[in-house]
Structure formats: C-alpha cells, structure tokens
Ligand binder design. Sequence first.
Ligand code: ADP
Ligand code: ADP
Length: 226
Amino acid sequence: MAAITMKNIVKQYGDGFPAVNDVSIDVADGEFMILVGPSGCGKSTLLRMIVGLEDITSGDMLIGDRRVNDLAPRERNLAMVFQNYALYPHLTVYENIAFPLRLAKMSDDEVDRLVRDASDTLELNEHLERKPGNLSGGQRQRVAMGRAIVRQADAFLFDEPLSNLDAKLRGQMRTEIARLQKRLGITTVYVTHDQTEAMTLGDRVAVLKRGLLQQLATPRELYENP
Ligand code: ADP
Ligand code: ADP
C-alpha cells in the first residue's frame, strides 16, 4: 500500500485552465518524492491538497488506505516543514520541539523522553536551551523536523524550503535533508522549481507542466531520457 495516493486529482479555480489537471501519483512508504516544474505549474496547489489546506475539486486523496478529501489538516497526521518562520522565537529549541506534545497534554516525563529521542537523532542535544534566533539555518530546519518527528507524523511535506538561501547554504541544506530523510525513513513530498534539487534529492521526480503530470520517474531515468 502506498503511503500517499493521489488519484485523478483536479483543482479548478474559477473557470480557467485547471491549476491541477487529472494528476495521479503514488508515493511509496519511506519514499522521497519531488514535485518539480516552473512557477504556476500547480505544485504548491497539489501539496496544499495533500495537507488539506486546499479543497479538492475532484479525485481521491488517500493517506495509507484512508480517504482524506474531507478531513481537516489536523486530522491527516502530516507535517508541513517550514524553513524558519514556523518556529516560536521566544521558546527554546526544547520547547519548540515539545510544543505539539504540550498541546496534547502529555506528561512531563513522556515529553522529555520524546524530545530527547528526537534531539539525539537530529544532533540537537547541544542546542536545546538556545532560541531559534541564535541558530543557523540548518539547525532551524532540524528543529522544525524535530517537531514533526515527536508528533509521529506519517509524512513530511516541504514547500520550497531552500528557495531563500544563498547557493552555498542551499547545497549544504540539501545534503542534510537527504541524509536525515533516509535516516528517519519518513515518507516525504518536496516541492521545488530547482532542477538540481529535484535530481539530487528525490527517489522519484514528478514533473508538472501547466497542471499536468508530464513525467514520473527516477532521477536516473530522467537524466537518460529528458
Ligand atoms: P506553483 O506552486 O507551481 O508555482 P501554484 O500551485 O501556486 O503553482 O499555482 C498554480 C496555478 O493556480 C497558477 O496559475 C496560479 O495562479 C493559480 N492559483 C493558485 N492559487 C490560486 C487561488 N487561490 N486562486 C486562483 N488561482 C490560483
Ligand atoms: P507560490 O510562491 O507558491 O507560487 P504565489 O505567490 O503564487 O505562491 O501565491 C501566494 C498566495 O496567493 C497563495 O495562497 C495562492 O493560493 C494565492 N494565489 C496565487 N495565484 C492566485 C490567483 N491567480 N488568484 C488568487 N489567488 C492566488
């Protein structure tokens, strides 16, 4: 069973050309799937329909074997990972990671166990008492991922997380995200307009153009048959 199944997904705004036009993609368990294409091709809209931030005009969206078309974002158990503006600047790294657990009214002991597990995995142990403003971009990214891990989300969703960084940092972060994704084994859908990012990060790449799925292939297949 696929982790995320998009079946004949259509998004129509008003009466123009559909923003997403009959797109079907299966994301396998643990797979790193890239949605790539030029600005306006529909990739953010598709990602927002997976998370539940955008209504689906027609088609079926499944997470595991559950149809989620009519479920609110918080009922889907997915984690949108933002670059940095979703971290709370006044809270420490520890409390930022713990935040969803506090909301769920978990005991202090349980919170502590989960936060320490996540910070071990993400190599954040030395930074737990710091505030986001004093962290590097890469460290902030890991804190955002930590918050998703403790929630035991079924998948990570990224919307152009590196687009505001300079080239050098972007390269470093790309390597780091790829490494962490493989280590965590968590299903990931990642939106980018950057070909290099698509070809180096993805297990498979879905190429969109004007709302249509043009190609769905591994980076190697795309390289050999562009
Ligand atoms: P991308 O993420 O690939 O840049 P988007 O998914 O943001 O593309 O947009 C796809 C198309 O849908 C574009 O033509 C965009 O203008 C249009 N669109 C996106 N959001 C809306 C909206 N809320 N209302 C009307 N049109 C929209
Ligand atoms: P992106 O950076 O993903 O391409 P945009 O800057 O195109 O996003 O869009 C920012 C916001 O404006 C989004 O919430 C999107 O839904 C909305 N939007 C985009 N295109 C249109 C449009 N043609 N009409 C109305 N809203 C739009």
